[in-house]
Design a protein around this ligand. Structure first.
Ligand code: SME
Length: 161
């Protein structure tokens, strides 16, 4: 393997700019989906150790989401479409940013330390493939910059399903 996480910058945008090519390089020649999702979750967690408390994928299976590769505490395994932040992003096919999970109706508590969350749907056409779920133990951790880069990372992975 010729690539591993090296983060030399501290600004959020700079860190994303550093890890994007690293993720591209990690998944470029690998066809195994689980390996690619697992390495991507690891890069994100290692790049933002203080800002990300949990990061992982929920995969579209029949009419629900099922836990896939992740980094962090053990989590809820099944999420129904339309339920919680993940199910809302999955059903709407739109990224959802939640600055305070206590104010999101129906938020599913997997980790009581989670305070804010962003969920990115991954699609092929209109078909849902998975969602990328990122949690933080601080309020208001995620903004348009996270949306922009996590959606780019989602797009890279969509091609690997
Ligand atoms: N909080 C999520 C559930 C998944 S965990 O955060 C890992 C939700 O409301 O969909």
């Amino acid at each position: 393997m010729d690539s591993f996480v090296i983060v030399t910058k501290s600004g959020k945008r700079d860190v994303y700019e550093e890890i994007l090519p690293q993720i591209e390089s990690l998944i470029r020649d690998e066809t195994d989906l689980v390996a690619n999702l697992a390495n991507t979750a690891s890069v994100l967690r290692m790049a933002f150790p203080d800002r990300i408390s949990w990061v992982g994928f929920y995969l579209a299976r029949a009419n629900e989401l099922v836990l896939g590769p992740f980094q962090g505490k053990p989590a809820c395994v099944r999420v129904q479409l339309g339920r919680g932040v993940c199910g809302t992003a999955a059903l709407s096919r739109k990224t959802v940013i939640v600055p305070n999970v206590d104010e999101f109706p129906g938020h599913i508590v997997c980790d009581p330390d989670s305070r804010s969350e962003i969920v990115i749907p991954m699609l092929r056409g209109e078909n849902l493939l998975a969602v990328l779920d990122v949690d933080s133990s601080s309020l208001g951790s995620f903004d348009e910059t996270d949306k922009e880069y996590l959606e780019k990372i989602g797009k890279l992975l969509e091609k690997k399903f």
